[in-house]
Design a protein around this ligand. Structure first.
Ligand SMILES: [Zn+2]
Length: 409
């Protein structure tokens, strides 16, 4: 007997279940091909249909099903630039509620995975556990906890800074770097995020200035590599990215001024790029979000080179995953995917980077389509996004950890 898809869009509590999903076109984001095939899900994993004879059946005829989207560069509670100074007064609890709301809303838009690349007061780790346990419905998280920077380095938000939440760790010298990495590992982070160069955000820097001394750089990579925790580097500079790749760094964030030599080194080392192209290309966003003059100027003057750097990486075979670096996560990630295509990636390259790429970067395996054994983080769209991109932004249903977080209404 076929049961209809359960109704509702944001259940307060999430039900675990076993499902057989009938009639959908299953899209492979590696090849771009789709085929009509039944899928089964149990205990958060795609399983053979024959394994769950008693599962509830869902009729997904006419829909396309594919792996859900990843925002691999997010700060869920960030109030970037915070022109009203709200974060000055917020404690971790209030900050956390905002971050959680942002993440839950993103899941409703098909974002089934979020890598938090610097977040305050372990808010990311807290929500990660809540979503995984099914206390509330939200995306799968991979968390870096607080970001590591040098005193006065990237992320310094002079003259305003949150005083109640621990947003970053300012560390100087190799001993403090080692302690910062180790204390984050003790908190249970999945990633280490380190600010290796300047960027757009802070006033007194450029996108290419190298901010760590050699011994500080080596201390971070040494401890993280020993403990098997991947490192994501805020990095605009080609030479610093090249060095980071050779030292075993896992992902370069932004990569504003990468060149062919850096791209070759990254490809050889298996170092990923998360380009966040919107932060230099989305000028309307900069105005809307109240970016200060220094940031708008630096973004506009970096934009052309940033796109060239990304295309050089794609050409060299560097693996790319998507991240928006902006809030709210859902709408900004969807905007990022369009901007990546305008900057020169093909729709299939973008869809891969946004789905299977995010999964692979975050240790969920190399599969490009939901087959038995893969984590059941899925979206159901009204047609094939490669034929009609806009269907991605309005998923009909969304599943994370094998649970429906948005059901067919
Ligand atoms: Zn960022």
């Amino acid at each position: 007997m076929t049961h209809p898809m359960p109704v509702g869009t944001a259940p307060a509590l999430v039900t675990d279940g076993e499902w057989i999903i009938r009639g959908a076109q299953v899209l492979d984001v590696g090849t771009g091909e789709s085929a009509r095939r039944d899928l089964a899900v149990a205990a958060g994993i795609v399983v053979p249909v024959a394994d769950v004879p008693d599962a509830a059946e869902v009729d997904a005829t006419g829909l396309t099903v594919l792996f859900g989207l990843w925002d691999c560069h997010a700060h869920p509670g960030s109030l970037m630039y915070d022109p009203t100074g709200q974060s000055y007064f917020e404690g971790p609890a209030e900050w956390s509620v905002r971050a959680g709301h942002n993440l839950m809303a993103a899941a409703q838009l098909g974002v089934t995975g979020v890598r938090a690349t610097a977040e305050a007061s372990r808010v990311d780790l807290t929500w990660s556990r809540a979503f995984e346990q099914g206390l509330v419905a939200g995306p799968r998280l991979r968390c870096a906890g607080a970001g590591i920077r040098t005193t006065g380095g990237h992320g310094t938000a002079f003259p305003r800074r949150a005083i109640e939440v621990e947003w970053e760790i300012a560390a100087d010298g190799p001993a403090e770097m080692r302690r910062a990495v180790r204390s984050l590992i003790e908190q249970g982070v999945h990633w280490i995020k380190v600010m290796l160069t300047g960027g757009l955000y802070s006033a007194h820097e450029t996108v290419e200035d190298s901010q760590l001394t050699d011994d500080e750089f080596e201390a971070v990579l040494d401890i993280a590599n020993r403990r098997g925790v991947p490192v994501a580097a805020h990095c605009g500079s080609a030479r610093v990215a090249e060095r980071f790749a050779r030292a075993g760094g896992r992902s370069v964030e932004h990569g504003y001024a990468l060149d062919e030599r850096a791209a070759t080194a990254m490809a050889a080392a298996g170092t990923w790029l998360v380009p966040t192209i919107g932060v230099t290309h989305d000028e309307a966003m900069m105005v809307e979000d109240g970016w200060p003059d220094h940031a708008q100027f630096r973004a506009r003057s970096s934009a052309a080179r940033h796109a060239e750097a990304m295309l050089a990486c794609a050409e060299a075979g560097v693996r790319i995953a998507t991240g928006a670096d902006l809030n709210p996560i859902g709408p900004r990630l969807h905007a990022e995917l369009v901007l990546l295509q305008r900057a020169g990636l093909t729709p299939l390259q973008v869809l891969y980077a946004a789905t299977a790429g995010g999964r692979a970067l975050n240790g969920l395996g190399e599969a490009t389509a939901p087959v038995p054994g893969t984590a059941a983080d899925l979206i159901f769209t009204e047609g094939n996004p490669l034929a009609e991109w806009s269907v991605l932004a309005q998923p009909r249903a969304v599943m994370t950890f094998g649970r429906f977080v948005k059901t067919l209404a």
